[in-house]
Ligand binder design. Sequence first.
Ligand code: NAD
Ligand code: ZN
Length: 352
Amino acid sequence: MTEGINMAEVINIVHCGISEVGKYLKEGNSIVSRVFVVCDRNVRRLAERIGVEADGIFELDATEGNKDFSTVVEIDRWLMEQGADRNALVLGIGGGITTDMTGFAASVYKRGVRFAFIPTTLLSQVDAAIGGKNGVNLDSYKNMIGVIRQPEAVFICPESLETLPYRQIVSGASELLKTFIIDNSKGLYEEAVKTLSAIRQAGGDISGYSQSLNSLIAEAAMIKAGIAGRDPFEKGERRLLNLGHTFAHAIEKLSGENIPHGEAVSIGIVLAARLAGKLGLAETALSDRLEADFKACGMSVLCPFEVGELTGAMRKDKKAEGNIIHFILPSGIGDVSVKDMTPVEATRLLQE
Ligand SMILES: NC(=O)c1ccc[n+]([C@@H]2O[C@H](COP(=O)([O-])OP(=O)(O)OC[C@H]3O[C@@H](n4cnc5c(N)ncnc54)[C@H](O)[C@@H]3O)[C@@H](O)[C@H]2O)c1
Ligand SMILES: [Zn+2]
């Protein structure tokens, strides 16, 4: 382990200043011959601060429309033109769009070269960059093509959030709180609500809260890595990470993708808690509590559609197995379970 760098054991999450990334790459992995950076244009300046000169920098526009196979081919063609060999390491710097594409492009280049990430959004630090899912969209179908392959390392660097707009913080907040609703063994859900509401009261300025935010990020990333490590192919425990997501995907689809993922997830978690209440799996107070906490954190809670409208979109969810959907339902903070139901059964109960 390199001195001064807090390397989470077993899993490959490294908490360090951004200028230490180069040192880790060179000292920790002596057989990495060259480092190629794939970088979101909006965080281009971070690529200059990694403490080592990259052998090349590929800039991309981080939009869902651009997250497709043709961009992956562009990245791989660029790697080939740069003469990247099998010992090359591809470093993705950006949010989930960038890390998903970088991981995929590196996984298929020369049948797979090494890759690492510096996630630069709250969402990617606690979710997208952790767990080994890499991929791109196919037509209007999200993440339809991809591979499961772990990055060499994920560097979580506090500086990378400095320029992140508040709306993106709120988007990541849903996944952060989701993680602690799944596993609250350290009581961090309450901590996270406290920190996120304080940030909201500070007008979205995270500068006074970076220490508490960073430790929450570290814990959430560890929880996600632990779950993904135990169940990489989503046969059991990893399903829990879909808390709120069946409803969220339906809401995103119905909104014509105008409601961002994070906003849809917080609404979806409240709906999941309400459904748990209807099934007698949770007190009704749980959904009220989540709603109040989420509001205090600046997150969305109100579903803009009639619940019945969600049924059709839920049926088409890519995680549906025939008619059945594995709904993830909270019975309390830190206590969630899987309940198999059809979308029709779920929406009927919610309408009662
Ligand atoms: N692989 C997984 O397990 C997984 C999990 C969840 C989400 N995802 C994917 O992640 C993507 C969403 O990722 P996201 O929400 O992290 O962000 P993003 O990559 O969509 O970026 C959001 C916006 O923020 C900008 N940005 C990024 N970092 C910035 C910074 N530090 N300062 C200023 N602007 C910055 C980007 O340019 C972009 O405009 C989706 O495509 C989703 O499918 C993947
Ligand atoms: Zn999500």
